[in-house]
Design a binder for this molecule. Sequence first.
Ligand code: BV8
Ligand code: ZN
Length: 249
Amino acid sequence: MTSALDKLVERLHSNAAVAVWSGAGISAESGIPTFRGAGGLWKTYRAEELATPQAFARDPQLVWQWYSHRRAVVNDHQPNAGHYALAQLAEHVAEMMVITQCVDGYHQAAGMSDVIELHGNILQNRCHECGKITDDRDGIYDDELPRCNSCNGRLRPNVVWFGESLPVTALEQGMLAAAECSVFLSIGASALVYPAAYMPEVALSRGAFLAELNLEPTALTPHVHAFIEGPAATRLPELIAKLVDRCST
Ligand code: BV8
Ligand code: ZN
């Protein structure tokens, strides 16, 4: 019987337009806590207390302490073998776009150029008043509130909070990539957060080959053509090795 990995390799080998959709699980083996799994962020914190505009209005210092801590964790760790394998995959397929829900910038750090950040980037700030976005990867604000250097407005992390719309361009580009791809690969996503989780549904409705890589089945699993079980930092390098081998035959 053909394994899920081999089925995916065959699809990738045939002039594929690939959309990779990544969730927090792609960065788990880098040491970045996921949201819902064991040791997940939501086990220690409650999303509505920290990742919402209401939380920021109520206690901006607490929100900045949380994001400062997470920013430091991102700076203290690095992309893993799964991120690098994806950057390699882009060299072996006709075209590829990464649509990520992650905010750590690790796909770009691993050399991936075509990345759509659906939920923003934790290493940037955005002005609450004028909307100006600035890189601030080392900015730690445990006991002060950062101000915009243009309008002196309050700065916030440049991420999408619950109850906030996604950046229009990112959402449009992500949906387009999902609609036009021939292979849609979900990696380390629980497929629970919307509207991002509409993307695999769009890809499936347009006839794409839908594959999923995860430690365990998710809400998406019953709908996929190939389910690859296991950790991304192990299974993705395996995928690349098989694809390179397939390309040489
Ligand atoms: C919005 C940035 C309203 C901040 C995040 C229907 C339509 C629209 C909205 C909704 C809807 N239904 C509900 C909503 C509301 C809400 C929502 O989806 N709630 C959920 C919880 C039910 N959505 C919103 O609020 C969105 N906004 O729609 O606004 C609106 C509408 C119209 C007009 C105006 C306004 C905004 C959502 C974005 C929130 N921001 N992040 C921050 O980081 O602090 S979401 C957050 O969850 C992260 O981005 C994360 O990536 C994302 C999704 O989670 P996952 O990535 O999947 O991570 P998770 O931990 O859940 O799972 C990890 C997976 O990896 C697991 O499956 C695990 O098994 C696997 N794994 C673990 N280790 C590994 C692994 N796999 C492989 N290898 C491993 N080693
Ligand atoms: Zn400003």
